[in-house]
Design a protein around this ligand. Sequence first.
Ligand code: UDP
Length: 244
Amino acid sequence: MGGRDATMVLLDENGIRCDGRKVDEPRRIMIKAGGLKNADGSAYIEFGDNKILVGVFGPRDVHPKHMSDTDTGILRVRYHMEPFSVGERKNPAPSRREIEISKVIKEALEPAVMLDKFPRTAVDVFIEVLQADGGTRCAALTAASVALADAGIPMRDMVSAIAAGKVADTVILDVNNEEDQAGQADMPIGYMPNLEQITLLQLDGILTPEEYKKCVEVGVNGCKLVYELQKKALNDKYFGNGGD
Ligand code: UDP
């Protein structure tokens, strides 16, 4: 939260947000499964103005070998923002934020992936943020789940993700960059809809216990919408005309 910007109207008198959405309306979401021929699985997502590409490699041998585990496979995730993905050029060196988001996404995916089925191996997930506009970790996590499924990695469920938040004392779904900067709270949620389990929950900002509950409810419902689009992306590739 960047503190409140008094000049910005985040919610007008008709309940319309700064980008024209209603409080419970997600941004336009487009997911495509596949696309990278040199990856074992891949996905591309547009989540509002976020544009993110994910490549999955593996299960494959672990290098360095001492990182391998004889009992289970390991998941490795690299979240990376292109220098041109944001208005003010980002330093290409990995930032603390990118390292943290890589860890958060890895931990959010681990409950979904049946790592015990391929001991001694690694599955690598490479996330490239081409354009960022708030909510990249949720969009990346959503696309990574599709890319893992596209790679044929055994999974218990997919993880679907979206953020709930608060602007002008009102709970909203799918926080954009302006709302993240000038709003009151941002709560990214990752959820496995079939298993009904939350695998990611972060909170930046301040909420009352009631608002907290509402954010979780709104976020989980948003994840269910995202899940339908993830399934559609896979269906389009494998059973429809959208494949390559
Ligand atoms: N951002 C930026 N420069 C940076 C990092 C982030 O402009 O070096 C923007 C970007 O649009 C990002 C947003 O700030 O989506 C919010 O970042 P946050 O750390 O909250 O993660 P996100 O919401 O993307 O998961």
